[in-house]
Design a protein around this ligand. Sequence first.
Ligand code: NAD
Length: 370
Amino acid sequence: MTSFHIAVLGGDGIGPEVVGEAVKVLRAIEGASEHRFELSEDVVGGAAIDAYGTALRKETVALARRSDAVLFGAVGGPKWDDPKAAVRPEQAILGLRAALETFANLRPARMQPALVHLSPLKPEIVQGTDVLFIRELVAGTYFAKPKKYWQDDKGVWRAVDTTAYTEPQVERTVRMAFELARGRRKKLHVADKQNVMATSRLWRDVASRVAGEFADVEFQAILTDALAMHLLYRPTAFDVVVTDNLFGDLLTDEAAALAGSMGLMPSASLGAKRNKHGGYLGLYEPIHGTAPDIAGKGIANPIAAIQSLALLLRYSLRLEREGGAVERAVDDAIELGLRTPDTARAGDKTASTTAVGDAIAEAVARELRR
Ligand code: NAD
């Protein structure tokens, strides 16, 4: 029997609702296997500001650090929206990423076979899309200095952002991408602008060098603008894409839009820290926010949170079979027409958050008992 420790941080709005369904799936896995999950819940974001005056307590950081993985919902909402406030809900995510030293953000964009109608692309183009984006998260254009916006002596407004990378920063991200590609279809693209940017030439050089150690992974470099276009014409041609912080920010939103609803997309933030099971000590969260417009109505789509759990099982707990079972159960639930309003077609019968969670939990348990 293996025992795993997971920190569960639901956050605000629909966060606790959707994370609750992911926990339900985890309990179903426990009931159908030898694995035991010790869950520690805590408040973060707006809920923590209300209770403790801070978005992320020291105790929560310590809990995250000693866990095998962190399952996170979403934080924020109108109540805490003052941009000038010194304490803000999103400090919880930024603080956790810093504490866990996660330097890579993973965003899979997988087209659910039964939901092609949600994609803006033609079904014959988008069907079968399954791309894993790995975006460098802690360096590059958003962080490097100098970064300023000023008026010069002649009264002309000027602004500068610096894009800077070091070889180690690029190498650890690229290396992770090759390792993850090994567990998938073994195809990796690095997206850069090496025709015009020095940092991109560094990315391409480092990726090409590391590729030599991964002869089993088919490696190709591609210009980011070309990739943005190819994603619209032939998204199925890509398996894993690794890129820098700025390009990754843009490409991952494009990919999420291709694959349909916000309520479906999971993400993971991983770094160098490993847990006692040899997996990544990662932070897993849906890409959507707290959806204040539907919070408390019982209609939030729990699939992004449940898909985040599938990533957690695979990358942190190394439970490949269980992660796969969760993904198949999600596909089946959608196929059977169990849909929250955000993914339903006009006239479709819709299901509640808990009904979708129940169905997925039961399907996972059935598969694992087989
Ligand atoms: P949002 O993702 O919360 O909502 C955008 C739209 O998508 C809404 O119409 C919402 O109802 C819908 N939606 C989102 N998730 C859904 C789900 N699981 N099921 C069904 N529909 C869903 O983005 P927003 O409205 O821009 O932000 C709302 C709040 O969330 C803000 O306070 C924002 O700061 C915060 N936010 C937090 C995170 C995070 O914690 N990672 C990310 C984005 C936004």
